[in-house]
Write a protein that binds this ligand. Structure first.
Ligand SMILES: Cc1ncc(COP(=O)(O)O)c(C=O)c1O
Length: 387
């Protein structure tokens, strides 16, 4: 059975050119970028080249980029790093402002900071999953240390007003962090123009390798490293860099940036084909789309749909048996079988939350797969609803 992979928001297949870049760097032999010998210098130059290329794409200074072990580490490092440094500079700065729909990498780091004595404000969202600039404006004050708002939500795809909130945060002396893990590759990121201080990225969401990420730290941003050890990454993240993984990340980022418009159009077409197929086979009452409807208000590669009356576990299991890989909310939320905190924050009923499936599209997908999936879903839904 040919399988259909509609779970690109969980992880993506590596691009063949990223695999080649990884293999080429790994095949160069040993070399620690911190070593002074020839092999070490060769590894350092591969690392420098990758950093320069990523900085060119993001329009920042290469020295402002720190390579990490993925999106979660970037989010954690950003929050702890900025919160601790802000409080050290000014003990009154103990406020953390975030949103109810952040990834757990942000939310759980915020809760840890709260347990350390920081004051946490979690902003609500509307029924599309969007936070209002007005609520952020009311929450950010002279004692706010860090504001963390995601660019695009990983469960429903809704975009947040990060530039507007960033402007407010920085006006008030707070550090602005943006989790751009899902937006990267679909939204243009110009750090020269964007009012943010810290920005998290992950390679495996853009057809790069798992376990590699980056944290942008704007020059002058108060920051204390979480990982202590060697002086790698200009003392901001200790530990030997994953040189081959970083080389592959840079390649994947280059491809994603160069092909951004095509990626957007391709994902939008597959998404539209699935929606069309569902409408045709299930009718308007057979399913419900969760999240922003307007194209400008969401990223194109995520579609969150509820099938009322069918639990997401049952639907996912049946889809899997039929060869379709999808997910219920974020991978970790699905693993823990908790109701999605994102859909709950959007005020959706238990029935809608409990029957929500996330389909996410990318490299290797096509519209025929979407049509086939709609047909499979209709068969499953009819069978289950008639039981
Ligand atoms: C919005 C968002 N932030 C952070 C992460 C964590 O990234 P990683 O899997 O690289 O640790 C994810 C992964 O699902 C994500 O979607």
């Amino acid at each position: 059975m040919e399988r259909i992979y509609f779970d690109h928001a969980a992880t993506t297949p590596m691009h063949p050119e990223a695999i080649a870049a990884y293999a080429e760097a790994a095949a160069q032999g040993p070399g620690n970028p911190s070593s002074l010998h020839a092999q070490g210098r060769a590894a350092r130059s591969r690392l420098t080249a990758a950093r320069d290329r990523l900085a060119g794409i993001l329009r920042c200074d290469p020295a402002e980029l720190v390579f990490t072990g993925g999106g979660t580490e970037s989010d954690n490092a950003a929050l702890y790093g900025a919160a601790w440094a802000q409080r050290r500079r000014d003990p009154r700065r103990v406020g953390i402002v975030t949103t109810a729909v952040e990834h757990h990498a942000v939310l759980n780091a915020c809760r840890k900071l709260e347990a350390e004595g920081f004051e946490l404000v979690v902003l609500p969202v509307d029924e599309t999953g969007r936070v209002s600039t007005a609520s952020a404006e009311a929450a950010i004050g002279e004692t706010t240390a860090v504001v963390s708002v995601m660019w695009a939500n990983n469960e429903v795809g809704t975009l947040q007003p990060v530039a507007e909130i960033g402007r407010l945060a920085r006006e008030r002396g707070a550090v602005m962090h943006v989790d751009a893990v899902q937006a990267f590759g679909y939204e243009a990121i110009d750090l020269g123009a964007l009012p943010v201080d810290l920005l998290s990225l992950s390679a495996h969401k853009i057809n790069g390798p798992q376990g590699v990420g980056a944290l942008y730290i704007r020059k002058g941003t108060p920051f204390e490293p979480t990982a202590r050890g060697g002086s790698q990454e200009r003392n901001r993240r200790a530990g030997t860099e994953n040189v081959a993984g970083i080389a592959a990340f840079a390649k994947a980022a280059e491809l994603a940036a160069a092909q951004r418009e095509e990626r957007r159009a391709h994902a939008a077409a597959v998404r539209a084909a699935l929606l069309e197929g569902l409408a045709e086979r299930l009718g308007p009452d057979g399913f419900r789309v969760n999240g922003a409807a307007d194209e400008d208000a969401r990223i194109p590669h995520i579609l969150n749909v509820s099938f009322p009356g069918i639990s997401n576990e049952t639907m996912l299991m049946n889809l899997d048996l039929s060869g379709v890989a999808a997910s219920a909310g974020s991978a970790c939320t699905a693993g823990s079988l908790q109701p999605s905190h994102v859909l709950t924050a959007m005020g959706l009923s238990n029935q809608i939350c409990g029957s929500a499936i996330r389909f996410s599209f990318g490299l290797g997908n096509n519209e025929a797969e979407a049509e086939k999936t709609a047909k499979i879903i209709a068969t499953i839904a009819t069978r289950l609803r008639n039981r």
